[in-house]
Design a protein around this ligand. Structure first.
Ligand SMILES: [Zn+2]
Length: 50
């Protein structure tokens, strides 16, 4: 943890399109790839150890 602090911050801001599963940045109203409005936040806790 903390190895990629910037990546962690980016992941916390990433929204996943439910249609094409494309990654979108937080703040976008709809998917930039397919225009789908259903986006869900990608908040996954990064597990350093499996
Ligand atoms: Zn999409």
């Amino acid at each position: 943890m903390g190895k990629f602090a910037e990546a962690d911050a980016e992941i916390a801001k990433i929204f996943i399109c439910k249609k094409c599963k494309g990654r979108n940045k937080a703040g976008v109203a709809h998917c930039r790839r397919c225009g789908y409005k259903a986006l869900r936040p990608k908040r996954r806790e990064i597990r350093a150890k499996k």
